[in-house]
Ligand binder design. Structure first.
Ligand SMILES: [Zn+2]
Length: 718
């Protein structure tokens, strides 16, 4: 591992977001002692921007009033480096207060009337083309790195450029580069601004490129990374022109905020318990060669003086590690987590950070094993996603699919529209496309060929109804695979709606006690489609018009049968396809009824057409994750995270689970060469039945987290 840069190894980070007085009596030795005790290998601290934590000599400096003559930052860097701990400085060019703005108003963003863009009532924002965030920021960065031997730069609040900017720089550049004037209507998300949004995204890219290359001028081992919101934050991505897709190109490691407190999600108090593992899976899909990190800490950005709920914090960390992720504890007050108002969680990272430290070499390259993958399409997200879940038609679909996959212990990752290739698809048993409305002709051809050659496909609702630019096709681009044509009509099936069972013996309706029902649940929305295939045996369920529930005497119909399928199951070439004309994926999230979860699970298993990698008697409340080393396919890690306990969020207690059995299906021609428990809280065993090509693992008792490393080899007898 010596030829690697430090940021290409597992990262265990601690950030102290310092308030202005926190540098008084700064104790670098105590900070380092804390980092060593928990097993951290990187510290992130304030450099400057909003407030400068060093004697800044650049124009528009705003030096920390408590700085005095000390150079606490140099002392910290020296002390960390002596302990082999890296230091990243946090720089923040999101804006300045009115006094500095008045010195240089032409450096900042302007609204259509020429007034400043204001944040939190007093911060004046810059834009991506103006002088403040470019010439000034680059000069600042260069001076800072000349003075301090930091190992990297964290650009906080990179997405400062919200909506349109009408400053002189933007107006002039836009005219020069597009030949047009910046639109002056209100709705920034409308097509009127499409060209401007693309133009701004290009300038945001150039801003990142400038910042990155300035950092890299000081050495390739200096890391650059910046704050970007997560995979579901469509509103911010559309407003700023920046999302995680940019991170792939410009950052040395990939990172996404995932606070337990769902403060980034309107209307949701706590984020889903599977959020850390979901985040890591997505980041690894973007670029498997880069370290993927979850940023968490305290209570999001609110109630930041108080520890986050402890039990869920531990779940958060084990979840991250279970899929090979790194951890970034972001705390908002004090010099380190052991020196702040609330130190109750100061040592809570220690078991997880020590686990990562101890098994650093094994964990570095782990990637999720992918029996299936969720296709993530940026144009589909931008067209259908919404930060408010009740209005969303994309992220909630993905969340529903993830809920089913996690609960059913199905091993998965993501494939993004950045790299949908035949080679990637070949590694899957089946592909899931949740309302993937926007697909190019080329992508459709790749998917069709993949299914024809034996791949599985599960698709829902409006998948393939638009091209990648958003133009409506006359019918589904994948109509031949679905066996369905759209009538042009859809129905709100949000309440009192059902599906009529047509093929009770089909595997898609297995384990549903289907002999005892004629109907299963329907919710959300349903497209009215016509069956266009060959055999009526393929129509599994059909749409039933709403049976309004009041008054009960009138809540009936004698016409349950319609010609509109809701679930079609068919063979195509050597592969299998399930098409849901309704939103079963979303309903797994919004409703959660077992009819939705079970049909979606069955669809994945049936289209896979072969046994999946993991089977287990573990309850839904135990997350089972299997990962494989990208550089050594004979090295696997099986991890189990216990989330069994309370019925309420946030969880306060965990209940241990006993006698867990997990069977791992091996590829033909491989067998177990050996195993090591990376973490075993009580007893366990690993047995390989060579003739059955499977490994049987037993865990006597799971309290929080268990993991076993499995080494495979070729089966020489075959
Ligand atoms: Zn501007």
């Amino acid at each position: 591992m010596n030829s690697l840069h430090w940021y290409q190894k597992p990262l265990r980070m601690v950030q102290s977001v310092l308030r202005e007085p926190d540098i008084r009596n700064y104790r670098a030795d105590e900070v380092v002692r804390y980092l060593q005790t928990i097993g951290a290998n990187c510290m992130i601290v304030n450099g400057g921007g909003v407030i400068d934590y060093f004697p800044n000599k650049t124009h528009l400096a705003r030096i920390n009033q408590f700085l005095g003559g000390q150079d606490w930052l140099a002392e910290l860097i020296d002390a960390c480096h002596a302990a082999d701990i890296k230091v990243i400085a946090r720089l923040d060019f999101r804006g300045v207060e009115p006094e500095r703005y008045e010195q240089q108003p032409d450096w900042f963003a302007q609204d259509v009337k020429g007034d400043p863009h204001v944040l939190w009532k007093f911060i004046r924002r810059p834009c991506y083309t103006g002088e403040y965030a470019n010439g000034h920021a680059v000069d600042y960065l260069r001076q800072f790195m000349s003075r301090y031997a930091v190992d990297g730069i964290w650009q906080n609040c990179l997405n400062f450029g919200i909506g349109p900017c009408y400053c002189q720089s933007c107006r002039t550049l836009y005219r020069q580069e597009t030949g047009h004037e910046i639109p002056e209507t209100d709705d920034y998300t409308s097509p009127v601004f499409a060209e401007y949004r693309a133009w701004k995204a290009g300038h945001a890219d150039r801003h990142m490129q400038r910042m990155r290359s300035t950092v890299k001028n000081f050495g390739e081992d200096k890391a650059y990374c910046a704050e970007i919101f997560g995979m579901f934050h469509v509103g911010n991505a559309v407003q700023t022109g920046i999302d995680l897709y940019n991170a792939r190109d410009y950052f040395d490691f990939l990172l996404s905020p995932a606070f337990q407190d769902g403060s980034a999600h309107p209307g949701r108090k706590y984020d889903h318990l599977n959020a850390p593992a979901s985040t890591i899976r997505f980041l690894k899909a973007l670029d498997p060669a880069k370290q993927a990190i979850v940023l968490y800490g305290n209570n999001g950005t609110k109630w930041r003086y108080i520890k986050a709920p402890s039990t869920e914090t531990r779940i958060w960390l084990w979840q991250t590690l279970s899929v090979g992720g790194g951890m970034w504890n972001c705390m908002f007050n004090g010099q380190h987590p052991g020196a702040t108002e609330d130190t109750r969680n100061a040592m809570i990272e220690q078991p997880a950070y020590q686990y990562s430290l101890l098994h650093e070499d094994l964990l570095r390259n782990q990637q999720p094993v992918t029996d299936t993958a969720i296709f993530y399409s940026k144009p589909s997200r931008d067209a259908n996603g919404h930060d408010r879940e009740e209005l969303d038609q994309y992220g909630t679909m993905i969340s529903g699919v993830e809920r089913m996959l996690t609960d059913c212990h199905i091993q998965y990752s993501f494939i993004t529209d950045l790299d949908l290739t035949p080679e990637k698809l070949m590694t899957l048993k089946t592909l899931i496309m949740p309302n993937t409305t926007h697909l190019s002709d080329e992508q459709i051809t790749i998917i069709r060929d993949y299914v024809r050659r034996g791949g599985g496909l599960v698709a829902t609702y409006q998948t393939s109804l638009f091209d990648e630019q958003g133009a409506r096709r006359p019918d589904f681009g994948l109509s031949d695979l679905f066996g369905a044509s759209w009538t042009g009509m859809w129905r709100d099936t949000g309440s009192d709606c059902y599906q009529l069972v047509r093929q009770p013996g089909h595997p898609v309706l297995a384990d549903m006690d289907i002999d005892h029902t004629r109907v299963i649940m329907n919710e959300d929305r349903t497209l009215l489609v016509r069956y266009s295939g060959q055999s009526d045996q393929e129509v599994i369920c059909t749409y039933i018009p709403q049976i309004y529930n009041q008054p009960p005497e009138f809540a009936w119909t004698d016409q349950l049968e319609t010609e509109f399928p809701t679930i079609i199951a068919r063979e195509y070439g050597q592969g299998r396809v399930i098409y849901f004309a309704n939103q079963t994926d979303r309903s797994c999230y919004t409703n959660g009824h077992e009819d939705f979860i079970q049909t979606l699970e069955n669809a994945v298993r049936w289209t896979a057409g072969q046994p999946l990698s993991v089977s287990t008697n573990a309850p839904e409340s135990v997350q089972v994750a299997l990962t494989r080393d990208a550089a050594d396919s004979d090295s696997l890690i099986l991890s189990l995270v216990n989330m069994t306990g309370s019925t309420r969020r946030p969880m306060r207690q965990l209940v241990s689970v006993r006698d867990l059995e997990i069977t791992i299906q091996l590829d033909a021609g491989t067998q177990l060469a050996g195993s090591d428990w990376l973490r075993c809280e009580h007893g366990g065993s690993v047995v390989c039945k060579g003739e059955q090509q499977q490994i049987d693992i037993r865990i006597d008792q799971l309290d929080e987290f268990a993991a076993v490393h499995l080494r495979l080899e070729d089966d020489h007898e075959n």
